[in-house]
Design a protein around this ligand. Structure first.
Ligand code: ZN
Length: 359
C-alpha cells in the first residue's frame, strides 16, 4: 500500500531506509545531499513515520500535523543562513530532554548543520547533545554536504544520502503536490533541480513571459551604453515583480507563525530568525533569478553558434563565432561573480550587456 515515503520521488533507496527506521528507530540520523527542500521533506517524513500509528500512512491527523510543522513533539530548528550561537545548540540539548507530550517520540530536527553549527566549541556542544540522548528522543540532522569537521558528528548518526533531482523527478513531485502537469513541467525546467525554487515558480504566473523576454534580450543589444542601461532597468523591474510573490509568501508565513505562537503555543523560529531567513531567501531568489537569465542567454549564444557552424567557413562567420565564444565566456564570468557579497548588480549587468554587443 502506498504510504508517505512513496512521495519521495527518485529516492527509492532512501524511502526504503526511512520506512524501516520509522518502525525501529535509532537515536540520531543525518540526512545528507540532494536538494535542501527535499532533505527537509525527508526529515519531516521520517518524523511523521515515527509519530504515526501506521508508521507514515501519509493521511492521518498525526502525519498532517508533523508535515505542516505543527506537531507538539517535533521541533524543527531551521537554518537562518548564519551560524548559531553555542547557546542555541545547548538549548536544543535542553529541549531534547523533554518527554513526548502526545506522540511516541520527542523529535529534534536540526537543519543544515554544515552552516548552522560552526567552530570546534559548537561541534563539541552538538556532540555532547547527541551522546546523551533521552530515552524517547530522536535527532534528525540535515546537511547539503559533509565537510571534514562533521565526521565525528556523522559517526554518532545513521547516515542517509539523498540523490539530486532530475527535472523529471521534480515534475513528478510538483504534480504530487497538486500542480497541473503543464505548469509542473515549466517550473521543473526553470528551477535547475531545486524543489524550493520550483515551488516559487509554480505560484509565479510571470515565469513564462520572463523566459521569452530573457531569450529576446540579445536582439536588443547594440553596444551602446545607454541601451545597456535601459536593458538593465527592464531586467531589474522584471525581477522586482517576480520577487513580489516571494514577499507575499513571507507575509503569509508570518501570519502562520503568529498564529502558532499565540494560539497554539508552538515555538518554532524566533522573530529574528524568521526575519534573517526571509532576507537570505530574498537575496538568494535574486541571485538565482539572475543565474536563470544568464543560463538562458548562454543558450541563445550556443544555438547561434550551432547555426553559424552549419553556414560553413567564411571570414564573417569566423568573426561572429569568435564573438559568440567571447559572449559565452563573459556570461560564465558574470555567473561566478553573482555570488560575491555586496556585488553592484546594476554595474555588473551593464558591463555584461555592453560587452555582449557584437553580433
Ligand atoms: Zn499517519
Amino acid at each position: 500500500m502506498a504510504d508517505l515515503f512513496d512521495q519521495l520521488v527518485g529516492q527509492e533507496e532512501v524511502a526504503h531506509a526511512l520506512r524501516a527506521h520509522a518502525e525501529r528507530p535509532v537515536h540520531a540520523y543525518l540526512l545528507v545531499g540532494g536538494d535542501s527542500a527535499v532533505t527537509e521533506l525527508a526529515a519531516l517524513h521520517l518524523a511523521a513515520g515515527l509519530q504515526c500509528a501506521e508508521n507514515g500512512c501519509g493521511h492521518c491527523e498525526v502525519c498532517r500535523l508533523v508535515l505542516e510543522g505543527k506537531h507538539p513533539d517535533v521541533d524543527l530548528h531551521r537554518s537562518d543562513g548564519g551560524n548559531w550561537p553555542i547557546d542555541e545548540i545547548r538549548a536544543i540539548g535542553t529541549e531534547s530532554m523533554l518527554r513526548p507530550r502526545q506522540g511516541s517520540w520527542h523529535i529534534e530536527i536540526v537543519d543544515h548543520i554544515e552552516r548552522t553549527v560552526s567552530g570546534a566549541a559548537s561541534y563539541a556542544a552538538l556532540l555532547k547533545v547527541l551522546e546523551e540522548p533521552a530515552e524517547r528522543t530522536v535527532f534528525i540532522l540535515t546537511a547539503d554536504s559533509l565537510p571534514e569537521e562533521l565526521v565525528t558528528i556523522e559517526s554518532r548518526c545513521v547516515l542517509i544520502r539523498l540523490r539530486s533531482l532530475s527535472p523529471d523527478d521534480l515534475e513528478k513531485m510538483l504534480i504530487h503536490e497538486g500542480a497541473n502537469s503543464e505548469s509542473a513541467r515549466a517550473a521543473a525546467l526553470s528551477a535547475s533541480g531545486s524543489l524550493r525554487r520550483a515551488r516559487i515558480f509554480l505560484r509565479d504566473q510571470g515565469v513564462v513571459a520572463r523566459l521569452a523576454l530573457w531569450r529576446g534580450l540579445p536582439e536588443n543589444i547594440d553596444g551602446d551604453i545607454s541601451t545597456a542601461i535601459d536593458l538593465v532597468a527592464t531586467v531589474q523591474a522584471e525581477i522586482d515583480s517576480a520577487i513580489a510573490i516571494l514577499k507575499k509568501n513571507h507575509a503569509d508565513e508570518l501570519v502562520t507563525w503568529r498564529y502558532n505562537r499565540d494560539e497554539l503555543k508552538i515555538r518554532t523560529e524566533s522573530k529574528e530568525q524568521i526575519d534573517s531567513r526571509q532576507r537570505r531567501e530574498l537575496r538568494l531568489f535574486r541571485v538565482e533569478e539572475l543565474g536563470f537569465l544568464l543560463r538562458i542567454l548562454s543558450e541563445v549564444y550556443r544555438s547561434r553558434m550551432a547555426t553559424l557552424v552549419e553556414l560553413g567557413r567564411s571570414n564573417e562567420v569566423d568573426a561572429r563565432l569568435r564573438s559568440a565564444v567571447a559572449a559565452l565566456e563573459r556570461l560564465a564570468l558574470t555567473g561566478e561573480r553573482l555570488y560575491e557579497t555586496n556585488i553592484d548588480e546594476g554595474a555588473l549587468l551593464t558591463d555584461l550587456f555592453v560587452s555582449l554587443s557584437r553580433r
